[in-house]
Design a protein around this ligand. Structure first.
Ligand SMILES: Cc1cc2nc3c(=O)[nH]c(=O)nc-3n(C[C@H](O)[C@H](O)[C@H](O)COP(=O)(O)OP(=O)(O)OC[C@H]3O[C@@H](n4cnc5c(N)ncnc54)[C@H](O)[C@@H]3O)c2cc1C
Length: 492
């Protein structure tokens, strides 16, 4: 069995960024395991046509590895994936990674005071376990009556089958969220007939995208401070938009008006426009950016079915409204297992119970990173770390800082194990739930994947400004944890 000080699960922005920051601090005794054959996480897996980020490239990248060569304001998936591969190789992380290695079970060993980690490729042990398995890594396909009888092809947006020819095919896209809005215009270019099943209409704003000129890229390279300045401006511009998520009525009306004006401009037909008009407050679900989604529905071979998919027969998809369509291909753009992450059933704490068992009422943690009963565990991108108005990477970087601060403190104080105090965790969660009251996510009619499906609590998203996450969580709060100290060795 290989033993490491730190074992990290996952090599997306979370796992890679953590590894790079550990190395920068001179910590080399770590290993990453990754179930896939390459790094990248989200951006390795999501290769559907049109995949792109909704946060500008100069903010959606590590603050400690800035890139003057971003080709566009909003990066496409492939370019982000190249950035991550390059970061991995330039920072010499690849030699720390075991690919094609899936976490099967991690168990805390109270006597040995370490984690025992069973994987598809063998066993490891580690003093500290860091999960970096992401919010949006495991695709969700709803249970649909008759799906197993379907005679055509089925794929999920996150597992695009590039050898599946869509040209001349009759295609159904199930879903109208972030991935659907990006892929629908591209699929429409290929398909003979396209039907989009929409359970609820998204709010959409124009995407102010453009290519960076060569001169701009040269200037960024010559003056890195200009990239930092741009990053700062984008970040604070996004923070301004948070007031709308707090349901401040003037801000809600402003965003609603902008979205509905954009819809009216792009869709002149009142009947189609009515179908595309959302019936909930903006911000409840992620606000989307697309210049091409609405115009796609003006094309004669594209149809919007404003109802959920109810059932499937060998050659048809049938909506809850009873409308049936003959199709050859079904594309599920139905999102991910976000609020109930699969890794939770695989991590067993000091009483032998899994995170999933402890989280029956939804995910929760102290400082959104540690969990009582789970010593020496850090969770990246875990409870209450998602954001709808700013960059997910900002939250990850705060968590990197917290973990590095914790490790330094443990070294200084000769601490062998730490565990979140149950009351500190409960108080932290109570504060977050109080903060969430009055937000757009808990407003009437808001159904989103940010809410836990059982408790209906906001367990996924951080219910405040992004910068307040840094204010609260950039340091490891010493008083909120219990410790066991390393036995002093006496030399005879
Ligand atoms: C299509 C799409 C668009 C997005 N757009 C934006 C955006 O505009 N702005 C934004 O802020 N965020 C966006 N996101 C969210 C995005 O997921 C995060 O920004 C970020 O990439 C998450 O990084 P991560 O490392 O936490 O998780 P991931 O990138 O999901 O990486 C998790 C890694 O863990 C591995 N893994 C999982 N389980 C196991 C296991 N059991 N054993 C071993 N390895 C395992 C996975 O294979 C994966 O490589 C988007 C997500 C998607 C899917």
């Amino acid at each position: 069995m290989q033993h490491y000080q730190i074992l990290i699960v996952g090599t997306g922005f979370g796992g890679l960024g953590m590894a790079i920051r550990l190395k920068q601090q001179g910590i080399e005794n770590f290993r990453l395991i990754e179930r896939a054959a390459e790094v990248g996480g989200t951006w390795r897996d999501n290769t559907y046509p049109g995949v792109a980020c909704d946060v500008p490239s100069h903010l959606y990248s590590f603050s400690f590895i800035q890139n003057p060569n971003w080709s566009r304001v909003f990066p496409q998936g492939q370019e982000i994936q190249h950035y991550l591969i390059q970061a991995c190789d330039d920072q010499h992380i690849r030699e720390h990674i075991d690919f094609n290695t899936t976490l099967e079970c991690a168990t805390w060993q109270s006597e040995q005071k370490r984690w025992h980690i069973q994987t598809s490729k063998g066993q490891y042990s580690a003093d500290f376990l860091i999960t970096a398995t992401g919010h949006l890594a495991d695709e969700r396909v709803p249970e649909i009556q008759g799906i197993e009888q379907f005679q055509g092809h089925i794929m999920h947006s996150a597992r695009w089958q590039h050898d599946l020819e869509l040209k001349g095919q009759r295609v159904a896209v199930i879903g109208s969220g972030a991935s659907a809005v990006q892929l629908v215009p591209e699929v429409a270019k290929q398909a003979k007939q396209l039907t989009v099943f929409q359970r609820s209409a998204p709010y959409i704003l124009p995407r102010p995208d453009r290519a960076y000129s060569t001169l701009e890229k040269q200037l960024f390279a010559k003056d890195p401070a200009s990239m930092a300045q741009l990053r700062h401006e984008i970040f604070w511009g996004n923070e301004y938009n948070f007031a709308q998520r707090r349901n401040v009525s003037s801000q809600v009306e402003r965003v609603k008006k902008n979205c509905l004006n954009f819809l009216a401009k792009q869709v002149p037909d009142p009947a189609l426009r009515a179908k595309l008009t959302p019936n909930y407050q903006p911000g409840c679900k992620r606000l989307l950016l697309s210049n091409h989604y609405y115009p796609t529905f003006l094309e004669p071979h594209v149809h919007l079915e404003d109802a959920a998919l109810a059932s499937v027969s060998p050659h048809q998809v049938i909506s809850e409204n009873g409308n049936a369509y003959d199709v050859d291909v079904i594309i599920f753009a139905t999102g991910f297992e976000a609020a109930r992450p699969p890794y939770a059933s695989k991590v067993l704490g000091k009483h032998g119970l899994s995170l999933e068992q402890q989280w029956q009422q939804g995910m929760q943690g102290y400082q959104s990173t540690a969990v009582h009963n789970f010593p020496n565990l850090f969770i990246l991108n875990g409870p209450n770390t998602a954001t709808g108005h700013n960059s997910a990477l900002y939250f990850l970087e705060v968590q990197f800082d917290l973990i590095l601060d914790a490790l330094q403190f443990f070294k200084q104080e000769n601490i062998q194990t730490f565990e979140a105090d149950a009351q500190a965790e409960a108080d932290y969660m109570a504060d977050l739930h109080t903060l969430a009251q009055g937000s757009v996510w808990l407003s009437e009619g808001c159904k989103s994947w940010y809410l836990d499906p059982v408790s209906r609590k906001l367990t996924l998203i951080w219910p405040d400004y992004a910068h307040s996450f840094r204010d609260q969580n950039q340091y490891f709060k010493r008083s909120g944890y219990h410790y066991q100290y390393r036995q002093q060795q006496t030399v005879a």
